[in-house]
Design a protein around this ligand. Structure first.
Ligand SMILES: [Zn+2]
Length: 539
């Protein structure tokens, strides 16, 4: 019934577009209704692969249909099926032994886990210490070591000269860079620098309950960043110390070196072998991305798609509730508001379609590690080279009367002037990232597109006018808690935020130039994106 009302309202507003000055205003009622429905208890926390998420995906597809978006998923539907594999270490199939170090104990001295590509196996390989595993123009931790057939051991962190986004980039691409060099395993040493963030006990606790997920490609193979890496894991501080004992560079040297700004660590073969046995239980599930398409108005740029994204999934239902507790993670802010906002942006764009076509995607499995976006970026439903920009929305903390916004990643590309113009139009301030140490640009779905070379921006509310306190409160008390409920949402703020996002999306879809990275940008360069001034047909 809601869909019919929305459709009727839409038909009416579309016919009035010529005479009503504010036809492109946010529909506050629809915004509130969408958040209410998506964050309701009967969506059961929208965990990817569950009935609640399927129900929410069906609702979003209905909204796309009602506003006239074309189905742009698989086979003429709104749904792109994302096959996923969960793999969890079996109870007694995982162990590790190091030449000369006697009996070692799982979860006491180490933990290991396998891969989504092979249920079980065993590797015996030489151990190689690789410091942080960086390969920068002026610092190559792989230069003096041979990793072919080896198990690499690294430490967490890096020199002060690396910013947080670059550090996050090197961490998230390490398995690929090691795999490319022939390594078959990857271990992390626990040092004081790592323990400032995760204690060894905490690492063990997370890993001993943990399972991992990845997507399975159209070729039936589980996706792995580093396909040669068969086993990975961590070593306790004690085992780390023991392993380096007698080396020219021992554990005390390591601890001293990582405390300096330069954090200069050598790379070297340890001269002994490790044997790792690994075994995982596999479970395969399917979960949909929901994709609609708004055709553009200019045939000259009909092959340049702008991708709007917001993740629809959340973290489901409390597995072990206490008596009387709220069991459902409603995820009103994370990320029902982002999806509802994206629906409004799409509806407003449709009132007067911009030059470029726009794909509107309610992504799945963000909470499982950006899997819905990673799958879509790798297997887009339009030709990959035609995806030219991404505008993402994830958990805008619309709980207060905001006065400024932050546009993560915008300054890295020619999307920035489009963002600046949109922000100015609403009399807001565009603030620099107030928490650069968090590396937010690499922590939501836009990064999946960035990794395929696509320039992206991710807009969030700023810290001015009480924003710092308001956001701090949400992250301290409600983030990934059952209390992330609709009563937190300030709908006037969300409507204003939506209007700014609409202006950004519209400006980007109408840009004169094709979206491209700034010359020399770290991500644009590393991921082979289109670079300003180098693009075919560019200036
Ligand atoms: Zn979340």
């Amino acid at each position: 019934m809601l869909n019919r009302i929305a459709a009727a309202a839409l038909a009416l507003s579309a016919s009035l577009v010529a005479i009503v000055a504010h036809a492109q205003d946010v529909d506050l009622d629809a915004l509130e209704r969408d958040v209410t429905i998506l964050a309701a208890d009967d969506m059961e926390g929208r965990e990817a692969g569950t009935r609640g998420h399927e129900r929410a995906a069906g609702y979003v597809a209905g909204r796309f249909a009602a506003m006239g978006l074309e189905p742009a998923g698989d086979g003429g539907t709104y749904f792109q099926s994302v096959p996923m594999r969960r793999y969890a270490p079996t109870e007694d199939g995982n162990s590790l032994a190091i030449e000369g170090l006697g009996e070692l104990e799982l979860f006491e001295d180490y933990y290991v886990e396998g891969t989504a590509q092979q249920e079980s196996g065993s590797i015996t390989a030489p151990l190689v210490f690789i410091g942080y595993g960086l390969d920068l123009p002026d610092r190559d931790d792989f230069a003096d070591v041979d990793l072919e057939g080896a198990v690499a051991i690294r430490v967490y962190g890096g020199p002060d000269s690396l910013n947080s986004e670059e550090s996050a980039h090197f961490r998230s691409t390490l398995s690929k860079r090691l795999s490319d060099r022939g390594a078959v395993g990857m271990l992390l040493m626990t040092t004081p620098e790592l323990e400032q963030i995760y204690s060894w006990d905490r690492l063990v606790e997370v890993s001993s309950h943990g399972s991992s997920m990845t997507w399975v490609g159209p070729d039936g193979r589980a996706h792995a960043e580093g396909p040669n890496i068969l086993a990975s894991g961590s070593l306790s501080p004690d085992l780390s110390r023991e392993l380096l004992a007698g080396q020219e560079f021992d554990y005390d040297d390591l601890v001293a070196a990582e405390a300096t700004p330069e954090a200069d660590l050598p790379s070297f073969a340890l001269g002994r072998e490790i044997t790792i046995n690994f075994a995982s239980d596999f479970a395969d599930i399917d979960t949909p991305n929901v994709i609609g398409m708004l055709p553009g108005s200019d045939p000259a740029v009909a092959d340049e798609y702008i991708v709007l994204t917001a993740h629809l999934d959340h973290v489901g239902i409390q597995p072990t509730p206490e008596e009387g507790d709220d069991e459902i993670f409603n995820g009103a802010l994370d990320n029902a508001v982002g999806v509802a906002s994206m629906i409004q942006v799409a509806r407003m764009l449709g009132e007067e379609p911009p030059r470029r076509p726009v794909l509107v995607i309610a992504l799945t499995a963000e909470e499982k590690g950006l899997l819905g976006s990673s799958y879509n970026a790798a297997n887009p439903t339009v030709p990959a080279e035609q995806v030219v920009a991404n505008v993402n929305l994830d958990m805008p903390v619309a709980t207060y009367d905001f006065a400024d916004v932050v546009a993560f990643g915008a300054e890295r590309s020619n999307l920035n002037p489009q963002v600046e113009a949109a922000v100015e139009q609403f009399g807001l301030t565009l603030s620099p990232d107030p928490q650069p140490e968090q590396g937010f640009f690499t922590r939501s779905d836009q990064y999946s597109y960035v990794r395929r070379g696509v320039p992206a921006v991710y807009l969030d509310l700023g810290f001015a006018n009480g924003g710092e306190e308001a956001q701090g409160l949400v992250f301290d008390q409600h983030y990934h808690e059952p209390s992330d409920e609709i009563d937190l949402v300030n709908f006037d703020a969300l409507a204003r935020f939506t209007a700014v996002n609409h202006a950004i999306a519209r400006n980007v879809a109408n840009m004169a130039e094709t979206p491209a990275w700034q010359a020399g940008d770290f991500f644009g360069t590393n991921f082979g994106g289109r670079i300003l001034g180098e693009a075919a047909g560019g200036e």
